[in-house]
Design a protein around this ligand. Structure first.
Ligand code: AMP
Ligand code: ZN
Length: 500
């Protein structure tokens, strides 16, 4: 039955600049330009890093849901990020190359490929473009030449940005915090503790694997420079949204903003210019030891989760179950619960697909859905739209998906249209996944699927003969070997994830 037209819920996003949720509209009507700080490819991404990209993907899918065209850039940091997150210490890439006795280029290629595999496994839409820091060094030098006269000074170790040369340095972080900067950054001769390197000269007598000629001598760019340069080169300043993890709100992004202000030279003409209109940050994934971090080691990767028998989209679902601005705890229990929730969703959608055979339900368009949905479903569509338009409230959107699937007396094709529409925003791949796809054999499994099937046949015979003692015994043996027996499940059994 046709339903009344509803206006779109207005899209509202939290802006870290104002610490407020604000109505969002792109600078170019209908076209949003987004830049996301990408991974430093000296090691595998951990699950916390990947939360940052599930967040940006949710943002991108929501912009698409609202009918916008999106240009999305993610960079690959293959130079410049120092082990101390500041200006002293080794380049993370140089250190990893030394430790593994490989060239930096090999290290970068290996971990970039691994990251792209993670992105694909999480059903994250590929960015419109990956920008690689080392491809932009000449542009970084040009950028530095332009800002140097009015904003930089030279020390023996490199060219430094004078953070007092721009108004409101550190506003994004909630004000400048010299004490915090002084703690992390012991470079002698800096004018202000929060000054930072634009160019790091190679120490005399030492050859770095990655170094370039510059007006300030042989060396390598400072880490913050790349994001200012690549966002300007690919999106133009100002663009719409800049994203990163919440740690970037404190140093990396304030430094980018300072550089952008210096480069545009328009601090007086355009007060409040930062280079991007929205700065958005995801909160941390934590575990019982605290924030998950690469430098602490012992972190969990998506690869190790898959090796343990957990489908990667269960991790995506875990992320969507929390709002991106809340801390999220990762544990065996939380990811196990997300896997169970995903299985229920996939089984339910498989059931709908089986009932809808021969009916077309693909490619739902929102305006079509709005006009044609069953009256029982249309309020769910509006509530879903309102939830994701409210600063990407996925924890409120997910139960609406579950509610839609469970509704009785609704035509199955309409339900599938709605699920497909919701999944365009959620990215759980619900219409492609099958229950069997979710049964991932843990790497350490001690029993083969054939042996399990044989045991279950034996159990079925025992039950047929009403020998429930033997039936329970077989079930217990399988549990001890890491296999769950599931009487109501069409697959009959599943692996128990081998999580620590
Ligand atoms: P990196 O590879 O260290 O440059 O980090 C890549 C992205 O992951 C950045 O946006 C970080 O802010 C983000 N990030 C780092 N640790 C976490 C964490 N534990 N939880 C969520 N995001 C994180
Ligand atoms: Zn960045």
């Amino acid at each position: 039955m046709p339903h009344d037209q509803h206006a779109d819920a207005p899209l509202r996003l939290f802006n870290s600049l104002t610490r407020a949720v604000e109505p969002f509209a792109p600078i170019d009507p209908g076209h949003a330009r987004v830049y996301s700080c990408g991974p430093t490819v000296y090691n595998y991404a951990h699950l916390g890093n990947l939360r940052a990209y599930v967040f940006t993907d949710t943002l991108r899918r929501t912009l698409l849901w609202k009918g916008m065209h999106v240009t999305h850039i993610i960079n690959i940091t293959d130079v410049g990020h120092l082990t101390s997150d500041a200006d002293a210490g080794d380049d993370k890439m140089e250190a990893a190359a030394r430790a593994q006795a490989k060239s930096i280029w090999d290290i970068a290629a290996h971990y970039t490929d691994a990251f792209k595999q993670n992105i694909a496994d999480l059903n994250i839409i590929e960015p419109s473009e990956w920008t690689v820091a080392t491809d932009y060094v000449p542009q970084m030098i040009e950028f530095a030449k332009k800002i140097a006269p009015a904003h930089c000074y030279e020390l023996e170790s490199g060219l430094y940005f004078d953070s007092s040369s721009v108004p409101d340095y550190g506003a994004l972080a909630g004000g400048r915090d010299d004490a915090a900067h002084a703690r992390i950054d012991p470079v002698a001769g800096k004018r202000n503790p929060s000054d930072f390197a634009i160019w790091r000269k190679s120490p005399p007598g030492e050859q770095r694997q990655m170094e370039w000629d510059s007006p300030w001598g042989k060396g390598a760019p400072g880490w913050h420079l790349e994001c200012s340069v690549m966002s300007e080169a690919r999106l133009g300043h100002p663009f719409d949204i800049h994203t990163g993890g919440i740690d970037h709100r404190e140093i990396h992004h304030p430094n980018e903003i300072a550089q952008n202000q210096a480069y545009c030279g328009c601090t007086d003409a355009q007060p409040g210019f930062t280079g991007a209109r929205w700065w958005m940050h995801n909160n941390f994934l934590v575990d019982r030891q605290g924030k998950m971090s690469k430098s602490k080691g012992g972190f969990t990767t998506l690869f190790s989760l898959i090796d343990a028998g957990v489908h990667p989209l269960a991790y995506r679902l875990l992320c969507l179950g929390a709002h991106y601005r809340s801390e999220l705890e990762f544990s065996a229990e939380s990811v196990g619960a997300a896997l169970t929730r995903l299985k229920r969703l996939v089984m339910a959608v498989e059931g709908l697909k089986a009932r809808a055979e021969g009916v077309t339900w693909q490619s739902p368009r929102l305006d079509y859905l709005r006009a044609n949905l069953h009256t029982k479903l249309s309020p769910l569509l509006e509530q879903f739209d309102a939830a994701i338009s409210d600063d990407l409230m996925t924890p409120r959107a997910l139960p609406l998906l579950e509610e839609a699937i469970a509704l009785k007396k609704v035509p199955v094709d309409e339900k599938l249209c709605l699920v497909a529409a919701f999944d365009q925003a959620l990215g759980l791949n619900l219409l492609e996944l099958s229950r069997a796809d979710l049964r991932i054999m843990p790497k350490g499994a001690q029993i083969t699927p054939e042996e399990i099937e044989a045991e279950l046949d034996r159990r079925q015979s025992a039950r047929a003969a009403k020998d429930f003692g033997l039936s329970d015994e077989i079930r217990d043996i399988l549990i001890a070997r890491g296999v769950e027996v599931m009487d109501g499940d069409p697959l009959r059994w599943d692996w128990r994830p081998e999580l620590g």
